[in-house]
Design a protein around this ligand. Structure first.
Ligand SMILES: [Zn+2]
Length: 346
């Protein structure tokens, strides 16, 4: 029988840096194999032809397919393809990232790992993009669902000379981005258990209806505020509205508190950890917060395993592969609601 998955064993149920530090190369390598090839119990499959027949070079930790001759490593053909980082360093990074309830900055990650800023940034963005690309892995939301939108102003640097700065409130000159959040409320009364976010140009009826209908079962109870953009949700859903001008919790207990708490965490993350975000990437950060909200009761070993699994089981290229050597991320893997070819952050 195949041994129990390492990261799911009692040892790793809560994961710490000293613990990971003690693992030898072989343990780390096995953990990666188990995560990448979970379906075959850690047995390598050729990413080119799917064959499990192979030769193994112990020294290079690479396999050579007996059927097609393709040479591959444990990260080949995944979103960690061609990473130069040692596997253990990746595991350190993911342990740190699993622990950071509000995320950590790429600068902090750089210092912890002793790598270049670009390396830390790229690894973190590969994780963020994997979380985004795999988020539709559950059935449509049902029961009570809360939806709300908020404008977030990612940092934009004011002009150097006072005469170049706008006269009015500096905020009005910033590019505003609306994030729509849709949250499914659990039946146990312990808040939301699933969260999806979308970047939309404004809080508008067309985009809101599209995203809610895409992700929520017909007939579910969708709770929103009184904003007119949510008006046509009544066509396909039971629509409950809370008039925030009068109260935050209606006579029957209806509220959008879970949607509000998402934005509270997101704002704290932007302010406390990230500091500045290009509007092009706001979507990645919003989804990261959604993921952290949804996994808030998991132990960190489980979160780390889940993060790794998402990066190691996605075929093709991460949009952030080779990020620093070109001006645009790969359009081939643009996500459902992210236009192809994002502008690179300065
Ligand atoms: Zn092959």
């Amino acid at each position: 029988m195949h041994e129990q998955h390492f990261l799911l064993s009692a040892k790793a149920r809560s994961l710490s840096i000293p613990q990971v530090a003690e693992w030898d190369e072989e343990t780390v390598f096995k953990a990666f194999r188990d995560m990448r090839w979970a379906k075959t119990g850690g047995e390598p499959c050729c990413p080119q032809c799917g064959s499990v027949a192979h030769y193994f070079s112990k020294r290079r930790r690479q396999w050579r397919c007996k059927d097609c001759g393709h040479t591959y490593s444990v990260t080949s053909g995944t979103w960690l393809h061609s990473t130069n980082l040692p596997l253990k360093t990746i595991l350190f990074a993911i342990t740190l990232l699993a622990d950071g309830a509000k995320g950590i900055s790429a600068c902090q990650l750089m210092r912890y790992l002793g790598v270049q800023y670009k390396t830390a940034f790229t690894l973190y963005h590969k994780l963020r993009s994997a979380l985004l690309a795999t988020r539709h892995d559950q059935p449509a939301m049902k029961g009570e669902v809360q939806a709300d939108g908020a404008y977030l102003n990612p940092y934009s640097r004011p002009a150097n000379k006072a005469e170049d700065r706008p006269e009015k409130d500096i905020k009005s000159s910033m590019q505003k981005v609306c994030i729509l959040v849709i949250r499914q409320i659990g039946e146990e009364g312990d808040g939301a258990n699933r969260t999806l976010t979308y970047k939309i140009p404004t809080e508008n009826a067309k985009d809101i209806r599209h995203h809610v209908e895409d992700n929520v079962q017909r007939g579910a109870n969708v709770v929103t505020d009184e904003h007119p953009a949510y008006g046509n949700l009544a066509i396909n859903f039971k629509h409950t509205r809370v008039n925030h001008k009068i109260c935050y919790c209606g006579p029957n207990g209806e509220n959008t508190n879970q949607a509000e708490s998402f934005f509270a965490r997101f704002r704290r993350m932007l302010k406390g950890q990230i500091h500045k975000v290009s509007p092009d990437y706001l979507n990645y950060y919003a989804n990261e917060v959604a993921y952290r909200e949804d996994t808030r009761r998991w132990d960190n070993g489980r979160i780390a395993f889940d993060m790794m699994r998402r990066m190691l089981t996605l075929d093709g290229e991460s949009p952030f592969r080779g990020y620093w050597s070109r001006t645009n991320v790969s359009p081939a893997v643009a996500t459902d609601d992210e236009p192809a070819g994002l502008a690179a952050a300065a």
